[in-house]
Design a binder for this molecule. Structure first.
Ligand SMILES: *[C@@H]1O[C@H](CO)[C@@H](O)[C@H](O)[C@H]1NC(C)=O
Length: 134
């Protein structure tokens, strides 16, 4: 195999892998501080609108947080176990941030933000949250 075709093969593999499994982002917060987990809201086929944002924790099947734009006003729902410490803020058409405050050591986990659109395919952002002692 020539070096050029090898390079092309590597590039094709890189592109297909990154599409299939988006990279995990990292977030860090101090124990008792504020964590900010970012979520990508960009539709694949603009113009399009977000319908629902769901946050999952680890391998849990049920979402821990829901944000819905199905009615006139945005609706937030958070699992009772979160003690009102989690809140999702939509910054603009491209980004939302989940704030956790005050954080606890037990918040440390990998979170998944799932965004459903009216037309575009579902988008998922993975965030690996680490809680550090200071
Ligand atoms: C999350 O980050 C921690 C610390 O860097 C690492 O040990 C762990 O393997 C990561 N988990 C995943 C699923 O990426």
């Amino acid at each position: 195999m020539s070096s050029v075709s090898f390079l092309v093969l590597v590039l094709v593999l890189l592109v297909t892998c990154s599409e299939a499994e988006p990279a995990t982002e990292f977030a860090e917060a101090s124990d008792g501080g504020t964590a900010q987990l970012s979520c990508n809201l960009t539709p694949t086929h603009p113009p399009d609108k977000v319908s629902v944002v769901l946050w999952y924790r680890g391998a849990q099947e049920s979402p821990i947080y829901k944000y819905s734009l199905k009615s006139n006003r945005p609706q937030h729902w958070a699992d009772a176990s979160l003690d009102n410490r989690y809140f999702l803020r939509v910054l603009d058409d491209e980004r939302a941030v989940m704030s956790i405050s005050p954080t606890k050591q037990s918040d440390e986990d990998v979170f998944h933000c799932r965004v459903d659109f009216h037309k575009s395919p579902t988008r998922i952002t993975h965030v690996n949250l680490t809680i550090v002692d200071i």
